[in-house]
Ligand binder design. Sequence first.
Ligand code: IMP
Ligand code: MG
Length: 332
Amino acid sequence: MPSTVVVGGFFGDEGKGKIISYLAIKDNPTVVVRGGAGPNAGHTIKDGDKVYKVRMLPSGFLNKNAKVMIGPGVVVNPTVLLKEIEDFGAQGRSYVDKHCGIIEEKHTSEDSKGELKEKIGSTGSGTGPANADRAMRTLKLAKDFDSLAFCLEDVPKVVNSALENNENVLVEGTQGTFLSLWHGTYPFVTSKDVTASGICADIGLGPTKVNEVIVVFKSYVTRVGTGPLANELSNEETSSKGWAEFGTVTGRPRRAAEFDFELAQRAIMLNSATQIAITKLDVRFPDCAGMTAFDELTDDAKSFIKNIEEKLRVPVTLIGTGPTINDVIDRR
Ligand code: IMP
Ligand code: MG
């Protein structure tokens, strides 16, 4: 097991946050490390009655024994990060790589208007403009900011040392495969590659050190913002199926479509998936809510999962059956 990489298989919002927080508790990694774009991500985590919405801090922060880290490929908004560290009690175990790029006011304002906002439907978080400045070699880095001095680290070194000691490392991706700058529905994509390889590059983990790649699919497809969505349902169809959702970062309604096998097959290929996680099974099959054993599932729900395994030829090892982190069937 030692390194497990978790990425989104559709357009983000597949429920990675919930799967990652489950694994962070269950597998007890010593390091949970985030790659991906930046605070454009929004992960919702429910632990009992508590709801956490995280944009910068790794979703694995609920495991108090784990170091939570942000890799050098991720751009950081210090205000957002420092507030999350404080609000979620992650002081003393949160770390930012010295070479993380920093989002400043000019990036957020540039991201909240013009083409980026109107055409691409960006989240307005400043992530894209900051990554553009990084490519121009003008972006400031975390090591230049006094407010971050207390949490700076050499993240690739910590990650690789943990693996050398045979400790578990959980690598969390953000967004989803078809929002990748290289592999997604360009130009309606985010400003980075967010497939497993890109996420690993963000944290300094080489391909031969990756043990498991879990691709997370929701039981249906959603997309927030603009860009193509095959077989998109109308608002009425979406609500009548109970699939209406709203963005964590922007609050925008998410567009929805049926589970898309063509996209899923390509996501399996692009990420070299070794396992699949399916989330929100209970939204499709309400009788399955809260179940934690595969045998308990209704026949319809079992066939839905078996069909995915047959068509994609990768085992479905984790199944989400409800919003809280323990609503999981773990078949590993
Ligand atoms: P940006 O990454 O903020 O520039 O937004 C580019 C596109 O990616 C927009 O369509 C966003 O809605 C989408 N996007 C970015 N991050 C996420 C995410 O974490 N979940 C879902 N969609 C995202
Ligand atoms: Mg999200």
